[in-house]
Design a protein around this ligand. Structure first.
Ligand code: SF4
Ligand code: SF4
Length: 167
C-alpha cells in the first residue's frame, strides 16, 4: 500500500490502469500519481489534452486514454517521476516501457539491463532501445526498454549491469 511502504497495492494500481482494450491498442500513458499534492505540470505538458482539467491544483490527474497516443512528452515534465508509457504492440514477445531516468551514467542503446519492479526487486532483464535526453528535459532522460510482456506491467525501473558479475 502506497501510504504504508511507498509501493502501491494491486487495488491502487487498478485505479490508474488503462482498460485491457486500450492497452492492446497501442502505446499509452500510465500515471501513478496517487496522492493529492499541489502539482499539475503534466496537465500543461500534454499536447493532446489527455489530462483532464484539474478542478484544483491538489487534484489527482485524470486521463482520457482515448486522447493519449503515448508520445511520452509528459514523462520528463513530472517532478514526481510518476509517469510511464507502455506499449504492448511493440513486438510479438516484448512490450516497450518508457521510464523517466535521472541517474548517471545513462544507459546506452542495445544495452542489456536488469528490470526492477515498484519495490526495487529484480524481476527480469530488458534491452534498451532508445534514450532521449534533450536540454528541454532538464536532466530527466526518457529511456525506452524492451521487456517480456509477462512482466511489463510490473516493471518500473532498470538497473545497469555494467561492471556487475551477474553474467
Ligand atoms: S504520453 Fe503524450 S499524449 Fe499521452 S498523456 Fe503524455 S503527453 Fe499526452
Ligand atoms: S506532474 Fe506528476 S506528480 Fe505532478 S500531478 Fe502530474 S503526475 Fe502527479
Amino acid at each position: 500500500m502506497l501510504k504504508k511502504d511507498g509501493v502501491p497495492s494491486p487495488e491502487e494500481l487498478e485505479g490508474v490502469k488503462p482498460s485491457p482494450e486500450r492497452l492492446k491498442a497501442g502505446p499509452v500513458v500510465i500515471v501513478e500519481c496517487m496522492q493529492e499534492i499541489p502539482c499539475d505540470p503534466c496537465y500543461y505538458a500534454c499536447p493532446r489534452d489527455a489530462f483532464r482539467p484539474f478542478a484544483d491544483i491538489n487534484q489527482k490527474p485524470e486521463i482520457d486514454y482515448e486522447k493519449c497516443n503515448g508520445c511520452s512528452i509528459c514523462i520528463a515534465n513530472c517532478p514526481g517521476l510518476a509517469i510511464f508509457v507502455v506499449d504492448y504492440t511493440y513486438s510479438e514477445e516484448e512490450g516497450l516501457l518508457k521510464i523517466p531516468y535521472e541517474l548517471k551514467p545513462l544507459p546506452e542503446k542495445e544495452e542489456e539491463v536488469t528490470v526492477l519492479n515498484r519495490a526495487g526487486e529484480e524481476i527480469g532483464r530488458g534491452r534498451v532501445v532508445h534514450v532521449l535526453n534533450t536540454k528541454k528535459q532538464d536532466r530527466t532522460a526518457i529511456v525506452s526498454v524492451a521487456i517480456p510482456k509477462d512482466i511489463l506491467m510490473d516493471a518500473r525501473h532498470i538497473r545497469l549491469r555494467r561492471g556487475s558479475d551477474e553474467g
